[in-house]
Ligand binder design. Structure first.
Ligand SMILES: *[C@@H]1O[C@H](CO)[C@@H](O)[C@H](O)[C@H]1NC(C)=O
Ligand SMILES: *[C@@H]1O[C@H](CO)[C@@H](O)[C@H](O)[C@H]1NC(C)=O
Length: 393
């Protein structure tokens, strides 16, 4: 996710909030009444009150593998690979590869990557299956990953060097993994054609040419220099050139003003399209820096008038005086907005509500259905769909 312009205003807001509440000095406390009394503990702590003092203790110090608890003896959320017993303790799931076992430590509900849930709710290894989805008996319904071949329904690793696919027999290669190789007698060998990525088993005719080459007969013909990938004609001439160059009489020439001009098709001295943060002057076909690009770097184009932005970047909005302002500087954690007050899309892990962005629960990257309902977790968590929460790994 592109999080440009880290919200300085959001940082300022955070400090301002901290400053107007009481300074937090009690360990594990989130909201503090005075120096000895904590009113709300931070997540992962439980509160104990004794003689007009209230302190916080980390759950895991009293309850091994516990993430959240209500007291020193009652865990409410265990780490992944552990289940919560009715007595409020955390016990390890049985068997390798199990991430969540809700009702019984021997019956797995969710297996880790590279494993699949079997008929007896055990985790069965599943390697090399594209998409990672094996059937409960361990066979792969779709294709195997690169470097694997399908043998009796399962994916097995190919034996040969540089082999991408060995369906049927791990010792007989069907396709090679590196460019410039062809299969000869089940082994990968170097092609003998210049500019060839994939050759036939005779090694002298090409099936797919390298970048910048075009196939003609069994050979590879080099395309006009500077041609954009995929825009080469069969005769080697070019249809579209790489950025900062132009197509002049079928060849690519660098634009005269290549630091500002993106496309100068037809005449290398006359620009047709400028690079970002610049404006095009059609009268003479030159590009000029946008006025505010040095300071904010947010104006995409300012065609015709360098002091007036004509298009802002996708993470900015245009103010009334046609300047570009980053959405996250006015609304913390906002990715895209239509104006200063109305955020239309938040960063991942934030919920859009009334034009503002509220943080999802810990580890949650998608709570678009509501703060208490998580639909996706980051890589250090597993989603428990029974409670729509993220459980730390
Ligand atoms: C701290 O706050 C608690 C709860 O408001 C109160 O009972 C206690 O007397 C206070 N202690 C001090 C030292 O002010
Ligand atoms: C393109 O090629 C033609 C014929 O060779 C030539 O007359 C013409 O001047 C060329 N144009 C440019 C822009 O180089």
């Amino acid at each position: 996710m592109w999080r440009r312009g880290w919200p300085w205003l959001a940082l300022a807001l955070l400090f301002a909030t901290a400053a107007c509440g009481t300074q937090v000095s009690i360990a594990g406390c989130r909201v503090q009444a005075n120096s000895t009394f904590c009113t709300v503990c931070a997540a992962g702590n439980f509160r104990s009150v004794r003689n007009k003092a209230a302190t916080c203790t980390q759950c895991s110090s009293q309850l091994p593998n516990c993430v959240e608890c209500s007291s020193s003896s009652t865990c409410t959320l265990c780490r992944a690979r552990f289940r919560r017993t009715p007595a409020g303790q955390c016990e390890r799931c049985r068997g390798q590869g199990c991430l969540l076992c809700r009702s019984d430590r021997s019956k797995c509900d969710v297996c880790a990557g590279g494993w699949v849930l079997g008929a007896q709710q055990q985790c069965i290894p599943c390697v090399g299956c594209a998409g990672g989805a094996c059937t409960p008996d361990g066979s792969c319904p779709g294709n195997c990953k690169w470097g694997f071949g399908k043998v009796d329904g399962r994916c097995v690793k190919c034996a040969g060097k540089d082999c991408a696919n060995c369906d049927g027999d791990p010792g007989v290669c069907q396709a090679c993994a590196a460019l410039g190789l062809g299969v000869v007698d089940g082994r990968c060998q170097y092609c003998l054609v210049e500019g060839c990525d994939v050759c036939n088993s005779d090694l002298t005719t090409c099936r797919r040419c390298s970048y910048g080459y075009y196939r003609r007969g069994g050979r590879c013909v080099q395309c006009a220099e500077g041609c954009l990938e995929g825009y080469c004609n069969p005769d080697g001439t070019c249809r579209q050139c790489k950025p900062t160059s132009g197509l002049v009489n079928g060849t690519c020439q660098q634009c005269f003003d290549y630091t500002n001009c993106k496309n100068c098709d037809g005449n290398r001295y006359v620009c047709v399209e400028c690079l970002r943060h610049r404006g095009l002057y059609n009268e003479d076909g030159t590009c000029r820096d946008c006025f505010d690009s040095d300071i904010y770097d947010t104006c995409e184009w300012c065609d015709l008038d360098p002091s007036t932005c004509s298009k802002c970047g996708e993470y900015d909005y245009m103010s009334r005086n046609q300047r570009c302002i980053s959405c996250s500087t006015v609304t913390p954690y906002c990715l895209q907005c239509s104006n200063a007050r109305m955020c239309t899309k938040c960063w991942d892990g934030y919920l859009l509500q009334n034009g503002r962005c509220l943080p999802c629960s810990a580890g949650c990257t998608d709570c678009n259905r509501g703060l208490a309902t998580c639909d996706a977790c980051d890589i250090y968590y597993v989603l428990d769909t029974a409670v729509q929460r993220c459980v730390p790994l």
